[in-house]
Design a protein around this ligand. Structure first.
Ligand code: XIL
Length: 366
């Protein structure tokens, strides 16, 4: 789809040691080029990663990788309700503040993930009953976070994962949550209006996964997401863009035309498109690393190719930068005991072919 094919899909798939060597050395050079003047040139699509708190504090190699490769950072769980507001009147900003300070010191920006989510709730929030209580909790949470980081966090994932996973070809409906139970669909409108009031300049996104594969769920989920977006825009909700998480699956090919057409339609509605949590689940692939890395790279290539052919994304982010610190094994541990390789740097911070794919797309000139 994309005209420029310096790195073809076939090359990404080939998995030859020589190719991987070439790609890796190019990527290393790219990583080192971070310090060169002009690297932050406006034409490059920013690349970013989420940041885990412990490694940020304790591991120089981890900090070095973030500064070498990233232009944007996202606290991995620093804004999750159970971390940031463990009790109704207690807020913990240490994690987000550390990431912000690190980002600012290294000429990077920080994104906010996520203001409203069905998951990662503390018990007090799970126990919310009734519209008044839900409204009050939502208001204080969104107002407190967004106004505290006004002008510093320029992009917020306002509502994370609002849709159910469709089963058996059924339509995707809005996901049940404490917010849906107590406020209905309008919880989404409310969250966006509150965030917009607290920082009128912030870019406000819905962030969702599972729209890009040739599996049973992606087509109905795309349809439901488009309907939700159109409903929100029709109601005048200040929604500015869509985050495609991009947790790609080894088991399924990418639905390139479905993804392309979806992104085109989102763009035609005037919304920005962000890739927010890219990684490739690799637990059902054979263990041999070159072949495994090649499939991981190919999945990402097909996804990014489809997205970039439809719209230049505002950023490409991965959910972690190194296989040393990734959420993938929490849910998709490999049966053979080998470590998962879902991310652009391996567990020794060596760039993998996935990095070369990401870098190839990010450096394309608009
Ligand atoms: C994962 C994180 O990596 C964990 O650290 C967190 O506590 C729970 O979930 N979609 C999301 C992310 O939006 O917040 C999830 O992150 C991965 C799936």
């Amino acid at each position: 789809m994309v005209g420029l094919k310096m790195l073809s899909r076939r090359q990404a798939l080939s998995g030859s040691a020589a190719l991987i060597g070439t790609l890796a050395s190019g990527a290393l050079a790219m990583g080192r080029a971070k310090a060169a003047p002009g690297f932050h040139g406006s034409q490059r699509v920013p690349y970013g990663s989420c940041v885990a708190f412990g490694p940020l504090q304790n591991e120089p190699d981890y900090r070095g990788a973030l500064t070498a490769y990233c232009q944007q950072l996202t606290p991995e769980w620093g804004f999750n309700w159970d971390y940031v507001q463990p009790a109704p009147s207690q807020f913990n900003f240490d994690f987000a503040d550390s990431v912000l300070a690190f980002a600012q010191a290294n000429d990077m920006t920080m994104r906010g993930h996520a203001l409203v989510w069905y998951a990662s709730l503390p018990d007090w929030a799970k126990d919310i009953r009734g519209a008044a209580e839900a409204e009050s909790a939502l208001t204080s949470h969104v107002e407190t976070l967004v106004s505290r980081y006004r002008g510093k966090v320029k992009t917020w994932h306002v509502v994370n994962e609002p849709l159910e996973d469709p089963k058996g070809g059924s339509a995707a409906s809005l996901r049940q949550s404490v917010w849906m139970q107590n406020l209905g669909e309008k919880y989404i409108d409310r969250a966006f209006h509150l965030a917009h009031q607290a920082d009128p300049a912030a870019e406000l996104l819905i962030n969702e996964y599972g729209i890009e594969s040739l599996d049973e769920g992606s087509t109905p989920k795309r349809q439901a997401l488009l309907k939700l977006v159109k409903d929100l825009l029709g109601r005048g909700v200040p929604l500015h863009g869509i985050g495609l998480q991009g947790h790609l699956l080894d088991k399924y090919e990418i639905d390139t035309s479905g993804t392309h057409d979806f992104v085109s339609e989102i763009r035609s509605l005037g919304l920005s498109v962000h890739i927010t949590e890219l990684d490739v689940v690799d637990d059902s692939l054979p263990g041999a690393i070159p072949a495994r890395d090649a499939v991981v790279a190919a999945r990402a290539y097909d996804f990014l190719d489809a997205v970039f052919a439809a719209a230049r994304p505002s950023m490409v982010g991965t959910w972690g930068i190194t296989d040393r610190h990734t959420w993938v094994p929490m849910y998709h541990k490999r049966a053979d005991g080998l470590i998962n390789r879902p991310l652009p740097l391996d567990d020794h911070y060596r760039p993998t072919p996935l990095w070369s794919v990401i870098n190839y797309f990010c450096q394309q000139i608009a």
